[in-house]
Design a protein. Sequence first.
Length: 117
Amino acid sequence: MKTVRVILSPDAKEVYRYLNREAANSKIEKTILTGLQKKIDLIKANPHYGDPLAKKLIPAEYQIKYGVTNLFRVELPNYWRMLYTLTSGESQIEIIAFVLDITDHKRYDKKFGYKKK
């Protein structure tokens, strides 16, 4: 069985640090951080855990910056989202779940072009 390694992009790492820093003082950030850690464990157990998004919905930003050809969405507490892609590791015995973004619902909607009704 292949091992699954979860790696955070620089943008995701910045949000993760923010959540860690604020979790001590904020119940909301602590809830999001706890949910994020649980979801990462679920992805390690099953890399296809998230909801797959259609290729036509993958933002150009991710395609250009990271060469993304597949994208999965995971819902987090307080309407936050985590977006990740799967790639092969350097060896054939590893799968890498590369977390592209951890974002609130408002920025997620903006990134995917959703508008309020």
